[in-house]
Design a protein around this ligand. Structure first.
Ligand SMILES: NC(=O)c1ccc[n+]([C@@H]2O[C@H](COP(=O)([O-])OP(=O)(O)OC[C@H]3O[C@@H](n4cnc5c(N)ncnc54)[C@H](O)[C@@H]3O)[C@@H](O)[C@H]2O)c1
Length: 473
């Protein structure tokens, strides 16, 4: 495998802040009121058309493609909530279409579902000129996106994300398409970029509270990572209005979320180094999400995980008390929720943290777990180019205890989900899915010299001095 190329200018603690300050998402306002954004993944670009209540205009953009028909891919929920309006508009504009509906959960994101998609596509007369159009959340985007990459060795893919999370996640800003197999998550897949992405924030209207907070969790994380416009957005929206934002607010929020992805995926298209920063908050958040008996959305889990990360950064002397208070304020605005089982889950969560997928980016260190840490809003702790710090396991345990206790005090309000929107638990696979060990980059893929250099730097940096201090925990 070719060694990973990391440009030298990125190996610099000021690089991220400078990039965040200077980055501007290429965009223009079209005369019909739709925003046209240019998403970059490495050198590759594609347009994202974004608007509120702009379905006729968005379908108008689709119509400009030379196509014979559209193959619509839904799940049961998006077929119900979004299918009618979209199909009426396609018919109105004379675009032929076929449809396929898959199941709702991770358990449906399988090779056999994929097989059904491929077969239906071919039986319905799909051709090279047919456009694959997933309509929904990340499960739908990934499954039909993979089918698009395989059919005729790649047909055009037009993503239509209908959840707030997916609008700046799997659909708008990723070329990674995959399904689960043999108990492993996202193990059968490929890279296939969309030809275009169509986002109408009016589709978000049928999402429940936890789905909205899931998307806003992503923006909460961006505010901590990059500060600036990302922090300002949260002050103007979630801080004053909570999760119930207007369609126009959601256009701005989706724009800002996509801008963050554009900034880092342009530099790191395979998400192997600087784009790993999007994993901030995931280490404890994801472990909590995967613990038996918990109920939360992915974005809320990440925001809760950020509370654990700031606890750790503060104890390690990386983040001051005042900076921690400002950081945690972001999460308080979002007010994430998690239903926790009554039993003590500390050991289970810790075990999941120790098997986190950031293992392997830097060499293992006995008694420590790698964490991405924040110094203050808009400034990440930089011990090496992967932004990964070794945290002593007893301190991780304290952070888990702190977060669990804090969330127990907050309590959990049942999600008044709209019209049967699935809750987090029902979206999980029946059996927990694992990450395959080869998903970790450590090995051939790791630029040895670069890591050696950055770790050597970590060993002599001020952070390593503060890193040793917590051995008392
Ligand atoms: N390719 C990538 O880079 C990438 C990135 C992130 C996540 N993912 C994948 O995405 C998946 C998670 O996505 P998800 O689908 O659970 O999350 P999601 O938040 O995108 O969708 C959640 C649920 O909301 C429902 N929904 C969507 N739009 C709706 C609407 N307008 N009204 C009512 N309900 C609506 C969907 O039916 C779905 O069940 C995972 O499998 C993950 O691997 C991929």
């Amino acid at each position: 495998m070719a060694p990973l190329h990391i440009p030298a200018e990125m190996d610099n603690k000021d690089f991220l802040q400078k990039t965040a300050r200077e980055h501007k998402l290429e965009s223009k306002q079209l005369p019909n009121g739709v925003k046209e954004l240019t998403m970059h993944i490495g050198d590759h670009t594609y347009p994202v058309y974004l608007g509120y209540n702009k379905l006729p205009e968005l379908v108008g953009e689709l119509k400009k493609l030379d196509l014979d028909k559209v193959f619509l891919g839904y799940d049961e929920m998006t077929a119900k909530h979004c299918g009618h309006r979209l199909e009426a508009e396609l018919s109105k504009q004379g675009i032929a279409f076929e449809r396929h509906v898959m199941g709702l959960t991770e358990a449906a994101k399988t090779v056999s579902t994929l097989d059904g998609v491929l077969e239906t596509f071919l039986k319905m007369g799909g051709s090279r000129k047919t456009v694959m159009m997933p309509v929904g959340g990340g499960i739908v985007s990934n499954t039909y996106g993979l089918a698009a990459g395989l059919l005729f060795r790649g047909i055009r893919l037009v993503q239509v994300p209908t959840s707030f999370l997916n609008a700046h996640d799997a659909a708008s800003s990723s070329q990674k398409q995959a399904v689960n197999h043999a108990g492993y998550k996202n193990i059968v897949g490929l890279y296939h970029c969309p030809t275009m992405v169509l986002v109408d924030t009016s589709f978000y209207a049928s999402l429940g509270k936890s789905q909205m907070k899931a998307g806003l969790g992503e923006l909460t994380k961006n505010a901590a990572l990059f500060g600036g416009v990302h922090h300002e957005l949260m002050k103007r929206t979630v801080a004053v209005k909570g999760y119930q934002l207007s369609g126009e607010d959601l256009v701005e929020a989706t724009f800002t979320g996509i801008a963050a992805k554009d900034m880092l995926l342009k530099l790191d298209p395979r998400e192997k180094h600087i784009a790993l920063l999007f994993e901030y908050g995931h280490t404890i958040g994801h472990a909590l999400e995967l613990t038996e008996g918990t109920v939360t959305s992915h974005g809320e889990g990440v925001a809760i995980g950020m509370l654990g990360a700031s606890f750790i950064a503060n104890k390690m002397g990386i983040m001051s008390d005042a900076d921690r208070a400002e950081h945690d304020q972001l999460i308080e605005w979002l007010d994430p929720e998690i239903l926790l089982p009554e039993r003590d889950i500390t050991a289970e969560v810790l075990d999941k943290v120790l098997h986190d997928n950031k293992r392997g980016y830097i060499p293992e260190k006995e008694g420590h777990a790698p964490f991405i840490l924040n110094k203050r809003i808009g400034e990440m702790h930089y011990p090496n180019i992967y932004y990964l710090e070794y945290v002593p396991v007893p301190l991780v345990q304290q952070a888990i205890e702190y977060v669990v206790e804090r969330m127990r005090k907050r309590g959990y309000d049942a999600d008044p989900a709209k019209d049967g929107t699935p809750k987090a638990t029902t979206r999980r696979a029946a059996k927990p899915l694992k990450r395959h060990p080869s998903s970790f980059v450590y090995g051939d893929d790791l630029p040895e010299a670069k890591v050696a250099k950055t770790l050597e730097k970590a060993v002599t940096s001020e952070h390593t001095i503060s890193m040793r201090a917590p051995d008392k925990f």
